[in-house]
Structure formats: structure tokens, C-alpha cells
Design a protein around this ligand. Structure first.
Ligand code: PLP
Length: 384
């Protein structure tokens, strides 16, 4: 089934009523027909029919065999880190979501896991950094917020040659544009809060693996059952509804993002534009070779920190807010928001600084977005 059809239909199974949509099963527990018999549902933390429908749809879209729907993107990252044991080594990219860095440095490092941050664009460096203890190679591509692109196929080969797992945080593109499992990754995770949800109204995370019955799937199942990070049935239903429009949303967001990225380049207040859809992005060709689209995320630098800060107060249509991937366009100032707690030496290595703004392009008319940015940039430049 092609993506647009899979997004609309998922794995919906019609019940006796013929309902087009999966009902919301608000049931914490399920009656057993008799001793040692089960309907397949025993207790809501372990499985819920609404959530199961969503999980089947996510597995289908990611090109995997099994998926889990969790209460946040961080719950998904947490689950992946929980696969490690004391003494394990984990390679993380030096440009990535700040919350992942906080979880690694402030929580998991307490348990004897060694996290090392490297430039994942440099495949020779990744190869050189692999150790016998390396359990995970974790990537974001494009990365948040500098839009570095990682070669998924090559990193999968490197990880597997060392018995490590390749984990891809696919939040910036969604499975509509990129399916890391089909390129060799062992685990794909998403902050479902972003493009999968798309309406800025649910906090959700997803995780998927290639094979339903693999040892890895069983280990994740054990963690989910034991730690209880599952998504509620109500939110699972909202996510199922959102998935139906994933393709139309992200295709339009990507089309508008390209227009805005090209236009931002012409602005006197703007010094750099980072968008993987620009043909002269240094890794445009690599991106094209592993993805079906460029997404709706643009980062750009303005001449001075004062301009970056002043722009935020002058926006009318675009909201100054954290997050991304929704129908509403959002402008974020990563240095004080999503990446506020990043260690300074890490930030210095990637170029993330107080000139950088990150735009999540929504579904508004692109002309209105351009006008809003133009007037805000003009006013900000006059002040700063
Ligand atoms: N991964 C990336 C790339 C993100 O941008 C975020 C949140 O912004 C997360 C993970 C965490 O997701 P959540 O906020 O749903 O917990």
C-alpha cells in the first residue's frame, strides 16, 4: 500500500457496526471469558484496542513489523536508552534535541552509561569511535536545529559490524518522507507530538522496529510493560485521526518551506539559511538519496542577536513558541528554548548560537507567512 492510502486506512479492522473509525476504548481492564482465556486484551497498560490500532498503523508507515505508542517523544528516547546496561557506550550526534542531551547527561550517565557526542556526518569518525562496548549509535537526520544530514545506510553498516544498534530519531521528517528502518536502522522513534499529530494538541512518542518477534522487539515489549509509558486511548484516537492527513500536511509544509527558505536568503537581515531542500545545502544529494521529501523545518541566522530577539515580539500570524510540525507556524529561539540546557562546548562545535532562529512551517498561506516574517524582520532590524 502506498503512503497516502496507509495514512488514511492504517490497519483499521471493521467491527460488527461497520464504524469507519476505531472507537475509543476507555477501559482500564478487560473481562476474561474463562480461566486461562483472554480476548487478547487483559489490562490497559499492556494493551488497549485503540492504541493497538495506532501501533499497527505506525508500524505500517515506518516500514516495520512492530510499533509502540508512548506518552511522549522523550518516553521513546528513554526506552531506547533503557536498552543499555552499565558499562555500555552510546554515540550521540553533537547536534540534537536538547531534551535528549539532558536525559543522557543528567539521568542515564548516573547508571554508568558512557555517552559520547560526535559529528555523525563524518562516517570515518563514527567508524573510529566504535568500541566493543558500543551498544547504540543514535542519529537525527536532519538534525535539530542545524539540519545536518547523516548517511543512514552507511551508519547502519558500521553499527552492525560492531554488534551495535542504529537508532534514528525521525521527528523532523516523519515516516511520510523518510523510513530509516528500510535503510538499515534497527529502531526508529518519533516525537509524535510533531508531524504525526500535526495539530499541536497531543504529546506523544512512537518507536518501531523491523521484526515483530525479534529479541529486540521482546526487550522493548518488556520495558513498555514494566515501565508503563503508554499513550492513553483518548490520545491514541486523536493520533489515528491525525495520521489520516499526514501526507497532505507534510507535502504542503515542505512546498511552503522551500519558498520561504529561498526568500529568506534574499533578506538583508538574514546571513545563513539551513534547509535540506536547498540544492546547495552541503548534503542535499545525500538527503535526496535517503528521503522522499525535505520537510517543513528551516533554521536561519540573522545579523545580530538583537534582531533574533526582537523578531519574536513582532510576529502576528506566526507564534513564538517551542515545538514543531503542527498546522500553526512556530518560530523558536533554540538557544533559550529547545537547546537551553545544552553544554556550551557542544553548542560551540555545531554553530548553534544566539543568531539562530528555527521556523516550523505550518499550513497557512505562504504569502501571509512571508509578509509576517518580512514585517517582523524589518521592525527588528530598525530596533537592533
Ligand atoms: N526528538 C526531537 C528531535 C524533538 O524535537 C523532540 C521535542 O521537541 C523530542 C524528541 C521529544 O519529544 P516530546 O516533546 O514529544 O517528548
Amino acid at each position: 500500500m502506498k503512503d497516502f492510502s496507509a495514512e488514511v486506512h492504517g490497519c483499521h479492522r471493521y467491527d460488527a457496526t461497520g464504524a469507519i473509525n476505531t472507537p475509543i476504548y476507555l477501559s482500564a481492564t478487560f473481562r476474561h471469558p474463562a480461566f486461562r482465556q483472554s480476548t487478547g486484551y487483559d489490562y490497559g497498560r499492556v494493551a488497549n484496542p485503540t492504541r493497538s490500532d495506532l501501533e499497527r498503523a505506525i508500524a505500517l508507515l515506518e516500514g516495520g513489523g512492530r510499533a509502540w505508542a508512548l506518552s511522549s517523544g522523550m518516553a521513546a528516547v528513554n526506552l531506547v536508552f533503557a536498552l543499555c546496561r552499565a558499562g555500555d557506550h552510546v554515540l550521540l550526534p553533537e547536534d540534537l534535541y536538547g531534551g535528549t542531551v539532558r536525559l543522557a547527561n543528567e539521568i542515564y550517565s548516573r547508571y554508568g552509561i558512557d555517552f559520547e557526542y560526535i559529528d555523525m556526518r563524518d562516517t570515518a569518525l563514527v567508524r573510529a569511535k566504535m568500541r566493543a562496548e558500543t551498544r547504540l549509535v543514535f542519529i537525527e537526520t536532519p538534525s535539530n536545529p542545524m539540519m545536518f544530514v547523516t548517511d543512514i545506510r552507511t551508519l547502519a553498516e558500521i553499527a552492525h559490524a560492531h554488534d551495535a544498534l542504529l537508532v534514528a530519531d525521525n521527528t523532523f521528517l516523519s515516516p511520510h518522507f523518510q523510513k530509516p528502518l528500510t535503510l538499515g536502522a534497527d529502531i526508529v522513534l518519533e516525537s509524535g507530538t510533531k508531524y504525526l499529530c500535526g495539530h499541536n494538541d497531543v504529546i506523544c512518542g512512537t518507536i518501531a522496529v523491523r521484526e515483530a518477534d525479534s529479541a529486540l522487539a521482546q526487550e522493548i515489549e518488556l520495558l513498555v510493560k514494566s515501565e508503563g509509558p503508554n499513550l492513553s486511548p483518548m490520545d491514541a484516537w486523536l493520533m489515528l485521526r491525525s495520521l489520516k492527513t499526514l501526507g497532505v500536511r507534510v507535502e504542503r509544509q515542505a512546498a511552503s518551506a522551500l519558498v520561504l527558505a529561498q526568500w529568506l536568503r534574499t533578506r538583508p537581515e538574514v546571513t545563513e539559511v539551513y534547509y535540506v531542500g536547498l540544492p546547495d545545502h552541503p548534503q542535499h544529494a545525500l538527503h535526496q538519496s535517503q528521503s522522499a521529501g525535505c520537510g517543513g523545518m528551516i533554521s536561519f541566522k540573522v545579523r545580530t542577536p538583537a534582531i533574533a530577539q526582537n523578531v519574536l515580539a513582532h510576529l502576528h500570524l506566526i507564534a513564538f513558541a517551542e515545538s514543531l510540525g503542527g498546522v500553526e507556524s512556530l518560530l523558536t529561539y533554540p538557544i533559550v528554548q529547545t537547546h537551553a540546557e545544552m553544554p556550551h562546548e557542544l553548542i560551540a562545535r555545531t554553530g548553534l548560537d544566539d543568531h539562530l532562529l528555527r521556523l516550523s512551517v505550518g499550513l497557512e498561506d505562504v504569502e501571509d507567512l512571508r509578509e509576517d516574517l518580512a514585517q517582523a524582520l524589518e521592525k527588528a532590524a530598525q530596533e537592533g
